[in-house]
Design a protein around this ligand. Structure first.
Ligand code: HEM
Length: 182
């Protein structure tokens, strides 16, 4: 999949992906329009004639569909349990206590997948690529990060549709975060 959560196609350039990490007002609008178009096209008619929306895995609905905050809290907690056990990754984190980083990742993912925008209220625009510049993110670090995230997703056991959407995003975002050949 080569689109942002709002479904807007974008080149897979690191800057574009990092900047796409938060829905802007404009994107939000497009998202709403698109969701409307979809709802109109993709409905099912029950015998009663009542129209019910078919869950197409529209990214706008992922936050609620996967179980809201609790699910993202579980993903982030499981991810950081992995980080704590990876010597290379753990050494990169400036704070000994990984708790605050766990909270930041949770809030970011909640916002990215359509939930409350608390992350940006607290931290401002994500600018993830820029925020990772102080750290040496090479191919090895990417592999390790993704290994922790794969473990976290396996632990929470999302329906395959959502697992696939998230994994696809994480693989691309992690590539976008690479800032050194090593
Ligand atoms: C590719 C390998 C990656 C490495 C080695 C890495 C490492 C780090 C480190 C060392 C920090 C600083 C700890 C902190 O202050 O929170 C950080 C922050 C963060 N990372 Fe990553 N990261 C990677 C990929 C990603 C990806 C793919 C995402 C999102 C999909 C992500 C999301 C975040 C977020 C949200 C923060 C906190 C930003 C803030 O508000 O300060 N990281 N990362």
């Amino acid at each position: 999949m080569t689109s942002t959560p709002s479904g807007n196609p974008h080149p897979d350039s690191p800057e574009t992906l990092a900047e796409a990490a938060v829905p802007s007002g404009r994107e939000g609008l497009q998202l709403g329009l698109r969701a409307k178009g979809r709802a109109a096209r993709e409905t099912d008619t029950q015998p009663s004639g009542t129209e019910v929306p078919v869950d197409t895995g529209d990214p706008a609905s992922v936050y609620a569909a996967v179980g809201g905050e609790e699910t993202f809290a579980r993903i982030s907690a499981a991810f950081y349990r992995g980080v704590a056990e990876d010597p290379v990754l753990h050494a990169m984190y400036p704070e000994e206590d990984l708790g605050p980083a766990e909270e930041r990742l949770k809030l970011f993912l909640i916002q990215y997948w359509g939930g409350p925008t608390t992350y940006s209220e607290l931290r401002g625009h994500p600018r993830l690529r820029m925020r990772h510049i102080p750290y040496k993110v090479d191919a090895d670090a990417r592999e390790r990060w993704l290994t922790c995230m794969r473990g976290a997703l396996d632990e929470v056991q999302l329906p395959p549709l959502y697992d696939g959407m998230m994994w696809d995003y994480f693989e691309r975002a992690a590539t976008a975060m690479i800032n050194t050949a090593g």
